[in-house]
Design a protein around this ligand. Structure first.
Ligand SMILES: NC(=O)c1ccc[n+]([C@@H]2O[C@H](COP(=O)([O-])OP(=O)(O)OC[C@H]3O[C@@H](n4cnc5c(N)ncnc54)[C@H](O)[C@@H]3O)[C@@H](O)[C@H]2O)c1
Ligand SMILES: [Fe+2]
Length: 404
């Protein structure tokens, strides 16, 4: 079963370590976003378009950055139409805004939705095409045009989009999300500024942090993991397990916020090379159908996929148990793996993350499974392949409890 997918993954295992992916120049620490804007002005750019969402604009996160650039003589406009899980329409609107304003560069300020939207807008604008045409993995082989200079300022610590070669865009008509994968999507500079993350409420801190944890874990158990990605994922997982509860309990703790932001980048660097797995393949479909936030779905699905996979990656999950200091009395890798999965369930519970997916319907199981398999098989180095029956059993565990 899945012979073709296994062969594709084997080929990817040979090819991906040979690829070099760009990494952005990084500004890190309180005030890093202002430092990056000063650097942008020093590069002689004259017209800059900010891409963000209305909530962040209202919170006053963009104003100091725009004011600084204007004070340095740049012409600045703000496109603040981005919605969570941006769709084709907003991407096309953004590309039209670039055509009209003719900026020299774009700065994305926001969570994964704003950064991903900016990436898709830039690539659509550069290649004068619809976002649906950008679907999938293009790497270096195909002649896509380069985008305008692009800079990113994440305001959540979760997606790692500021360092990844991926943008996720929603196809709202088909109720699904499509990945656009291209090394041209990596910004040339990014700023990790914990001050901009202090306003994140616990209800967003928790799922975004669990998204970063999921990236790191899926990259670590991937059969495409390398020594380099292992270093990133170990650092990310240790830091998230330690700092996410602190940032959740006290959003003003800038040290924990900064460590979460760095960990999220490490996780992003890891999955850019090692890929993700079934958690993401399922969560993209569940998010597209039911509009549940990406990180929240990941957090709910993660323990179930690990339970299913553990027999084929117990030694890797046991490593993770060791580095975060759980399961020390366990006598086998499988027991240590169980201790690690129990820790994830405990983190979810402590942060009041539910364990079922609101709105999930058995009528959609076949669609979800078909699409998730299409996304994962031959693309993600999953340690154990799911069959349709096993996938149905897994989804059954996510069904909301029936009342009455
Ligand atoms: N490109 C990638 O590599 C990648 C990886 C994982 C997920 N994603 C995608 O990223 C998107 C999710 O991004 P996200 O989880 O960062 O959430 P998001 O960008 O959708 O933001 C969620 C909410 O948080 C608010 N918010 C953001 N920063 C805030 C702050 N500092 N203070 C107060 N409110 C703030 C936003 O206004 C929004 O309402 C999904 O579409 C997902 O598919 C992309
Ligand atoms: Fe994710």
């Amino acid at each position: 079963m899945y012979l073709c997918s296994r062969m594709k993954i084997r080929a990817l295992r040979v090819v991906t370590p040979l690829l070099t992916f760009p990494k952005p120049f990084s500004f890190v620490g309180p005030g890093a976003s202002l430092s990056m804007c000063r650097e942008i002005a020093a590069q002689g750019l004259e017209r800059v378009l900010f891409i963000t969402d209305a909530a962040l604009l209202k919170l006053g996160i963009v104003d100091p950055l725009a004011d600084l650039l204007q004070g340095l003589g740049l012409v600045v406009e703000v496109f603040s139409e981005i919605q969570p899980d941006p769709g084709f329409d907003v991407v096309l609107q953004g590309a039209a805004r670039i055509k009209g304003f003719k900026p020299d560069a774009v700065i994305a300020v926001g969570g994964g939705s704003s950064i991903d939207a900016a990436k898709a807008i830039l690539l659509c604008h550069a290649n004068n095409c619809h976002p649906a045409k950008l679907r999938g993995l293009w790497l270096y082989a195909l002649p896509r045009k380069r985008t305008l200079p692009f800079f990113a300022i994440p305001t959540t610590a979760g997606t790692g989009s500021e360092v990844t070669i991926v943008a996720i865009v929603s196809d709202n008509a088909a109720h699904t999300k499509i990945p656009i994968i291209d090394p041209k999507l990596v910004p040339s500079m990014m700023a990790l500024d914990p001050k901009l993350m202090a306003s994140l409420p616990p209800v967003i801190t928790a799922p975004t942090g669990m998204d970063a944890l999921t990236h790191a874990i899926e990259a670590y158990i991937s059969t495409l993991a390398t020594d380099e990605t292992d270093r990133y994922t170990r650092m990310a997982i240790t830091s998230i397990v330690r700092n996410l509860p602190i940032a959740y309990a006290n959003g003003q703790n800038l040290e924990a916020r900064e460590r979460m932001a760095v960990a999220s980048c490490f996780a992003g660097l890891a999955f850019t090379r090692a890929g993700v797995g079934y958690v993401h393949a399922l969560s993209h479909q569940l998010g597209g159908l039911y509009h549940v936030p990406h990180g929240l779905i990941n957090a709910i699905v993660l323990p179930h996929v690990l339970e299913f996979s553990k027999s084929h990656c117990a030694h890797r999950l046991a490593d993770l148990a060791r580095i975060v200091g759980v399961g020390s009395s366990a006598t086998s890798d499988l027991d240590r793996a169980d201790a690690f999965i129990a820790l994830i369930r405990q983190m979810n519970q402590n942060m009041q993350i539910p364990d079922t997916v609101q709105g999930l319907s058995r009528n959609d199981f076949d669609t979800i499974i078909g699409r998730a398999f299409r996304e994962a098989h031959g693309t993600y180095g999953v340690p154990r392949y799911l069959g349709r029956k096993q996938a149905r059993e897994l989804l059954e565990k996510l069904m909301p409890t029936q009342l009455g």
